[in-house]
Write a protein that binds this ligand. Structure first.
Ligand code: NAD
Ligand code: TYD
Length: 340
């Protein structure tokens, strides 16, 4: 395992993973393959630009010819697939691109994995495929109960990965991660949205009653877990990755406001997301048996994340001042102010 194709590596988790792998393994080469959608951003990889073991190729995972060319050109022996459309709210506005990338694109990558006989194909998936769990924690053997076009597309990708393992012997693993937070997360996701809005004294739009629970894990803990599964995980197996804890959205908003010394009056309860999953929680015993454990609790991850956004305005102001961002924000939030 020496030449890794990191698809979606210009996004949030993929860029953190690329940096982590280059630092940890001095003999590995990483090729980032990314379409550069609105979420892909070369600023996320800026510090790696001159690293001789890193290369960037712009391309779509759903484009078979382009995938074939990068596989051959860089003699890839491992694929780690982060490329996806990832935001639930956008999947409610425009589901088509989710199916194209998260399902069809996964199939194209699996075909390439089969053709080139890779040592490992790894699929980065999400806890959202289990659907909401009111109590307890989801295990890898639990049924998939997807409720949004995003989670349904991710589940479709997972099932295709399993099919290629069973039918064609592609040595594939899957991880299902809880919500990640940390450096370089596009500010459509709740934590960077709330932090950057709070810095600017703008309202924090809390969906519904804000009592939904998410397990906000630190992105580098997630990257470390993927690394462990890549090296010690068993092909054909699925591993959950999260802290096993969780936080209510309203408590997360309060903590951000406290850390930034902003008033709670910035919180604005707005119309809820349709089909909003109430709670996610993962049982991570299986990956822990491989020797992984998270280094941060949710509050520790949140504190570190807030600090990064305070210290890196150069990164997010560029995004939030752009027309593309403002169009999205207006589309998702206009007319949503329902409750006080
Ligand atoms: P992100 O939206 O920040 O980045 C996605 C990246 O994929 C972008 O760089 C984008 O340009 C690229 N991309 C999109 N479509 C593509 C295509 N067709 N071909 C090539 N590149 C394409 O996402 P993220 O938060 O970094 O998530 C990465 C992966 O981790 C996703 O598969 C997601 O489902 C999964 N995941 C995310 C979280 C989370 O909390 N963010 C949690 C669990 C799992
Ligand atoms: P999000 O970051 O979109 O991740 P996901 O829906 O994939 O878990 O949202 C996390 C939680 O925050 C979820 O319960 C929805 C909620 N949320 C808000 O309350 N307001 C917002 O503006 C956003 C984007 C999310």
């Amino acid at each position: 395992m020496k030449r890794i194709l990191v698809t979606g590596g210009a996004g949030f988790i993929g860029s953190n993973f690329t940096r982590y792998m280059l630092q940890k393994y001095p003999d590995y080469e990483v090729v980032v393959y990314d379409k550069l959608t609105y979420a892909g951003n070369l600023d996320n990889l800026r510090d790696l630009a001159n690293n001789p073991r890193y290369a960037f190729v712009q391309g779509d995972i759903a484009d078979a010819e382009s995938v074939d060319s990068v596989m051959q050109g860089h003699r890839i022996d491992t694929i780690v697939n982060f490329a996806a459309e990832t935001h639930v709210d956008r999947s409610l506005l425009e589901p088509g691109s989710f199916i194209m990338t998260d399902v069809y694109g996964t199939y194209i990558l699996l075909e390439a994995a089969k053709k080139y006989g890779v040592e490992r194909y790894h699929q980065v998936s999400t806890d959202e495929v289990y659907g909401a769990v009111e109590e307890g924690a989801s295990c890898e053997t639990d049924p998939l109960e997807t409720r949004s076009p995003y989670s349904a597309s991710k589940a479709g990708g997972d099932l295709m990965v399993h099919a290629y393992y069973v039918s064609f012997g592609v040595p594939a693993t899957i991880t299902r991660g809880a919500n990640n937070i940390g450096p370089y997360q596009y500010p459509e996701k709740v934590v960077p949205l709330f932090v950057t809005n709070a810095i600017d004294n703008l309202p924090l739009p809390v969906y519904g009653d804000g009592l939904q629970v998410r397990d906000y894990q630190y992105v580098l803990d997630h990257c470390e877990g993927i690394d462990v599964v890549l090296h010690r995980g068993v092909p054909g197996e699925i591993y959950n990755l999260g802290t096993g804890g969780g936080m209510r959205n309203i408590d997360m908003a309060h903590m951000i406001l406290d850390l930034l010394d902003r008033p709670y009056s910035l919180i604005q309860h707005v119309q809820d997301r349709p089909g909003h999953d109430r709670r996610y929680c993962l049982n991570c015993a299986k990956v822990m048996a491989l020797g992984w454990k998270p280094r941060h609790t949710c509050p520790e991850a949140l504190e570190k994340t807030v600090r990064w956004y305070v210290e890196n305005e150069w990164w997010w102001r560029k995004i939030k001042s752009g027309e593309r961002w403002q169009t999205y924000y207006a589309r998702n939030y206009a007319g949503r102010e329902r409750r006080s």
